[in-house]
Ligand binder design. Structure first.
Ligand SMILES: [Fe+2]
Ligand SMILES: [Fe+2]
Length: 337
């Protein structure tokens, strides 16, 4: 999945970015600007400004981390899914998120960082990931709401990235967005089923919507006035639509879906504004957002500990794969000799 909030600074400004600077060259810079201005693609072997490369390494690696940490809140429900059908859907969705992480780590590697460096930044707590995954999934309805709202917000953020100026990122996003669309629909369909059930099931859905709504609005990142880096991201063709505009699109798209579902969105200020042609909405709690980004969410420690344990438990698999590769290589050399 997920989001703008990829442009929040890492704790260590150079986390995951071991890159050497390249000499500045006016002609190369002019060529780069011309390609970006013409909506062309910058490819890994092309010259690019240092700051562009570093921004992309940070954004793509934070995006990749968000995909694999995003597997955890829903993964908790695989063994407790209410039916075989729901379990199969959830397994497929969580595997998709793992796949998204892999495409994105590969895209970041083309910029000169290594997967080990990126994992090290994540596991040491230096790298950020989308703070939405630092909240718990308390009931089965949370799984549906995460699909409907969190994946829904992710789609809003990620569709413009299909036109990102950096080729490998843009191409990865095309497939990711198709899969996110399935994630959003399965969530909505699961909630629709619950809303046709007992009053307890309906209450469970409403409770989950109440807990996730504001956090999903915050996923689009700080207001435009507080996002000084966005202007540069727009200039580079990395960011196409501002945080506030994306948030507005999400609100406008989601309100009618909530009506179909039969749930209320927990915002007394939410109403259609005829003059603007958009919905108005209330104040987002940015203090909470930054507290969670900076490590004080309900599940930050748990998520990181789960990732580190998975990494450590998988050491023998990585070692075996490398030993096998070395053996194959030695055999090939021997046969070639
Ligand atoms: Fe994803
Ligand atoms: Fe997803």
């Amino acid at each position: 999945m997920y989001t703008q909030s990829f442009n929040v600074p890492d704790t260590d400004a150079n986390a995951g970015s071991p890159l050497k600077s390249v000499p500045h060259d006016t002609a190369l810079q002019a060529h780069f600007d011309a390609v970006v201005d013409a909506d062309g693609k910058i490819e890994p072997r092309d010259w690019m400004p240092d700051a562009y490369r570093k921004t992309l390494v940070r954004q793509i690696s934070q995006h990749a981390h968000s995909e694999i940490v995003g597997m955890l809140p829903e993964g908790n429900w695989i063994s407790r899914a209410p039916s075989l059908k729901r379990k199969a859907i959830l397994v497929a969705k969580v595997q998709d998120e793992g796949g998204h992480g892999l495409y994105l780590y590969s895209a970041a590697e083309t910029l000169g960082t290594s997967r080990d460096q990126m994992f090290d930044a994540l596991h040491s707590g230096k790298a950020k990931y989308s703070s939405i995954f630092n909240y718990p999934t308390l009931t089965w309805a949370d799984v549906g709401v995460v699909g409907w709202l969190v994946d829904g917000a992710a789609i809003m953020n990620q569709i413009p990235l299909c036109r990102c100026s950096f080729g490998p990122y843009a191409r990865a996003m095309i497939r990711v967005c198709k899969e996110e669309s399935f994630h959003q629909r399965q969530g909505f369909e699961s909630l629709m089923t619950m809303m046709q059930g007992t009053s307890e099931q309906k209450a469970m859905v409403q409770d989950a919507v109440n807990r996730w709504w504001w956090k999903c609005l915050a996923m689009f990142g700080p207001p435009d006035a507080d996002s000084p880096n966005s202007v540069q991201g727009m200039r580079w063709g990395i960011k196409r639509i501002s945080n506030d505009d994306l948030r507005q699109k999400f609100v406008d798209a989601t309100v009618p879906q909530a009506e179909v579902l039969g749930v209320t969105l927990p915002d007394p200020d939410l109403k259609w504004n005829e003059a603007r042609g958009h919905h108005d909405y209330g104040q987002i709690d940015w203090d909470e957002f930054w507290a969670v980004v900076n490590g004080d969410g309900p599940c930050n420690k748990e998520r990181l500990a789960t990732r580190v344990k998975a990494w450590n438990d998988g050491a023998w698999v990585r070692e075996s794969a490398l030993a096998h590769a070395r053996k194959q290589e030695a055999r090939a050399m021997k046969e070639a000799a």
